[in-house]
Design a protein around this ligand. Structure first.
Ligand code: PLP
Length: 370
């Protein structure tokens, strides 16, 4: 019996009838691009994250690109972000012809370190992009104050953090603008690509709506360089159904995370994840650290426990970003995270028996690798 890394089949089969009805309605209405189902989802998701506006797009990457454009990021600007992220965070900066400026991460959470961020702000800095890594909120309260005091924008890459909370507020409600991804394996995932940008500013929201649809002011009248970043009607319909289950799913993930935390405590050579003070992670990923990561991972795979590595190469060391001129040891905490991180099986439907298998296999593998 294999323990899968995520189990989307079981999750989707629980909602099969509801999802099929929602999809059938889109087919009947011929609302394949934007349309009623997307509008309905946008309005529910905006209230879910406590924002006035939500603009649905066709990926988290597109959401980040449009968010930075809407914040006025331009060629030659500098945008501070973390090297410990999925690379889209940085693609979006580059798509605006701006330059990613990296800061190091906090060794306990892997999220951007506020002290390191503050040191990097200069006269060319236009924005900070914080990432809520693994679904654990970064210090969005501190970055919000910092950005406001320096007259720059705070963009939250919340692509992993649907339903997470910080200081009693939903993630998505912090900063000038926040971005989500609905990639199938995220805590809220569609049946294909999807994303959203949320903001309280009505003018920013209106510009985002134009930009995602070829920058049309009205049909065939294009006000600036536009994009085809529209959300599919089918995704809107599927996401509206799934949004109703998100809090329950996150509670199930939290239960599983707490079980891992208590059962794995005390295994030598394993460092367990911790939440930002005042935060409730959505436990998108459960990431431990271990010195002999590759050996441990290999043993787990032999014992049929599927794991992941998020992420093996920090962005400043990716060949695509060699032109920025960063080197090994520039961001030691981020680099340590990359070599030691190991993501364990996690989903709302992971069973106690499956978790027992992971726990048993991991204690064995850790002992062997020590
Ligand atoms: C998933 C993800 C994205 C990109 O989302 P896509 O929908 O795959 O384009 C961006 N940033 C982070 C941190 C992510 O995890």
């Amino acid at each position: 019996m294999k323990v899968p890394f995520v189990d989307l089949n079981t999750l989707n089969s629980q909602l099969k009838d509801e999802l099929q009805d929602a999809v059938a309605a889109v087919i009947e209405q011929n609302d394949f691009i934007l349309g009623r189902s997307v509008e309905a989802f946008e309005s529910s998701f905006a209230s879910y994250v406590g924002r006035a506006h939500c603009v649905g797009v066709n990926s988290g990457t597109a959401a980040l690109h449009l968010a930075l454009l809407a914040m006025g990021v331009q060629a030659g600007d500098q945008v501070i972000t973390t090297p410990s992220t999925w690379i889209s965070t940085c693609w979006a900066i580059s798509y605006c012809d701006a330059r990613p400026s990296f800061a190091d991460v906090d060794p306990t959470t892997g999220n951007l370190d506020p002290v390191s961020v503050e040191k990097r702000i200069n006269e060319r800095t236009r924005a900070i992009v914080a990432v809520d890594l693994y679904g654990n909120p970064s210090r969005l309260d501190m970055f919000g104050e910092l950005a406001a005091s320096r007259g720059i924008a705070l963009v939250d890459d919340a692509c992993q953090a649907h339903g997470a909370r910080l200081l009693g507020r939903p993630v998505g409600s912090f900063g000038d603008i926040a971005c989500f991804s609905f990639y199938p394996a995220k805590n809220l995932g569609g049946f294909g690509e999807g994303g959203a940008v949320v903001t309280d500013d009505p003018e920013v929201a209106a510009r985002l709506r134009r930009l995602r649809d070829h920058a049309q002011e009205r049909r065939h009248h294009h006000t600036e360089l536009g994009f085809n970043y529209r959300m599919d009607g089918l995704q809107g319909a599927v996401l509206s159904v799934k949004l109703r289950y998100l809090d329950g799913w996150n509670t199930a993930r939290r239960r599983a995370a707490n079980r891992y935390l208590s059962e794995l405590a005390g295994i030598p050579g394993i460092v367990l994840p911790s939440e930002t003070p005042g935060a409730k992670s959505n436990w998108h990923l459960f990431v431990i650290r271990t010195q002999n990561r590759d050996a441990v991972r290999q043993r787990l795979s032999e014992m049929l426990v599927e794991t992941g590595v998020h992420y093996p190469v920090p962005v400043h060391l990716q060949p695509a970003y060699a032109h920025l001129g960063y080197h090994r040891r520039d961001f030691p905490e981020s680099e340590r995270l990359a070599t030691s991180c190991l993501s364990l099986p996690m989903s709302p439907v992971i069973s106690p028996e499956e978790q027992d298998r992971v726990i048993e296999a991991l204690s064995l593998a850790a002992r062997e690798a020590a």
